[in-house]
Design a protein around this ligand. Structure first.
Ligand SMILES: C[S@@+](CC[C@H](N)C(=O)[O-])C[C@H]1O[C@@H](n2cnc3c(N)ncnc32)[C@H](O)[C@@H]1O
Length: 421
């Protein structure tokens, strides 16, 4: 097979009209989520029941849910505590009977308030910087009282399940614009009439998630699934480490540094602050490419592109370089825990910076190649429904936008040399 036939477009991977919110996939939105159908098809192709799947940047856990439905054990890593909570909740079986008891208890605590015969009890409001910029007084009182009721749940998985619906509610009842994942306040004319029904929104989400959970519980296999706070860029290894290593990786790494591409941290911040999770304001700087590097990456498939960017904007070229240096380190850590016969599937977008396209797919092949992996194929798919910025201003000239990420690449490499580093 020559290089051209190894990379090809296949529209059957677009999954244009597929339901991407089946099972627990409905629990919570997140920027640049992988669609479950991609993980499902890759599992059918490369998975084996009872083997182990790793997702080193698992986000809300799409590939882990699919692994549990397929029958593979799985481990996910992420530096963002909010998504670790969401992913954990999406893969953890809980007792529906116990859940219903807790849901009814919280419902009862809102009964008179909903009927207007009682006022919302005064509840301490968490010390969140700038809270009044994002929430009205009434919304703050509702959120504080609701959180207090949820925190009474002693069973941790059930408490987390309820916090996941709460987290999405926080975003929806805040003054954040829904049109973007970044934190931007609504225009003032909208603020005046913004009066969200906090408990109604929460209850709807909780019921939706309960339905998804039922479907998941019916189909999931009896396998392990866990999520760890592991930063593979920093050389930390995921735990557990199965004897013989992980057999399959299905993942979608970040598209670039969070500050200039997809702001995972900004998206999560308000919910994480209400729930009281650590590092709520630091995610985007801890994330891959979050710390600038003065070094320009040499001799790699992205080097020419970075040098071109350097001639236009030195600072941006350093940011971009920092991202690929981190991605390379992370791949170096991941390969240490993979089995001698493993397959990796990295779903990546070739984004543009300053109108220069960055061949991330080739970088992934190159970085795994350094560790004895051969490129099997790269499938190019259209992105019909992935929620992420399809247009940006790659030149930073106001008004000049271009479509950057209408396509993504599924890069598949396999370890063939049987030598584990
Ligand atoms: C494209 S998202 C993954 C989305 C996921 N596939 C889903 O369906 O929800 C990339 C994730 O990488 C995480 N991330 C960024 N830097 C990381 C690092 N150094 N180690 C682990 N995770 C990291 C981000 O927090 C983000 O959740």
């Amino acid at each position: 097979m020559n290089a051209d036939t190894q990379k090809y477009k296949d529209e059957s991977w677009d999954f244009r009209s597929a339901n991407t919110k089946e099972y627990t996939h409905c629990f919570h939105t997140y920027p640049a989520m992988m669609i479950p159908q991609i993980a499902r098809r890759l599992l059918n192709e490369y998975g084996s029941e009872g083997h182990w799947l790793l997702d080193p940047y698992c986000g809300t856990g799409t590939s882990l849910v699919e692994a549990s439905l397929f029958g593979m054990h799985s481990v996910g890593c992420d530096i963002n505590p909010l998504v670790r909570m969401i992913a954990t909740s999406k893969v953890t079986p809980i007792s529906l009977q116990q859940l219903d008891t807790e849901m009814n208890r919280v419902n009862d605590s809102f009964f008179e308030i909903e009927f207007g015969t009682a006022k919302i009890p005064e509840t301490p409001i968490p010390a969140i910087p700038n809270i009044d910029y994002w929430f009205s007084d009434e919304v703050k009182n509702y959120l504080a009282y609701l959180l207090c009721q949820i925190n009474k749940v002693e069973n941790e998985p059930i408490c987390n399940f309820m916090k996941v619906a709460y987290s999405e509610t926080v975003r929806e009842v805040s003054y954040t614009r829904t049109s973007t994942f970044k934190l931007h306040r609504m225009p003032s004319e909208k603020l005046e009439n913004f009066n969200p029904d906090v408990y109604g929104i929460y209850r709807k989400k909780l019921n939706r998630n309960r339905q998804g959970l039922i479907a998941y519980l019916e189909k999931r296999k009896d396998v392990e699934a866990s999520i760890c706070n592991t930063n593979t860029v920093a050389g930390e290894l995921p735990i557990p480490r199965p004897l013989g290593g992980y057999n399959l990786v299905i993942t979608s790494p970040p598209y670039g540094d969070s500050q200039t591409t997809v702001a995972y941290g900004q998206f999560s911040r308000l919910s994480a602050e209400w729930i009281g999770l650590n590092n709520a304001r630091k995610i985007d700087s801890i994330a891959m490419g979050g710390r600038p590097s003065k070094r320009i990456l040499e001799d790699s498939p992205v080097t020419t592109a970075i040098e071109k960017i350097q001639t236009i904007d030195e600072k941006r070229s350093q940011d971009v370089s920092a991202f690929y240096i981190d991605l390379g380190h992370s791949i170096g850590t991941v390969v240490k825990v993979l089995s001698p016969r493993s397959t990796i599937c990295y779903v990546v977008g070739n984004r543009r910076v300053k109108d220069v396209q960055l061949p991330t797919d080739e970088f992934v092949i190159y970085a795994f190649g350094k560790h004895g992996f051969s490129h099997k194929e790269t499938i190019v798919r259209n992105i019909p429904n992935k929620r992420m910025p399809k247009k940006n201003s790659p030149t930073n000239v106001a008004g000049k936008t271009s479509s950057t990420m209408n396509e993504e690449n599924i890069v598949i490499c396999q370890r063939t040399d049987h030598s584990c580093p």
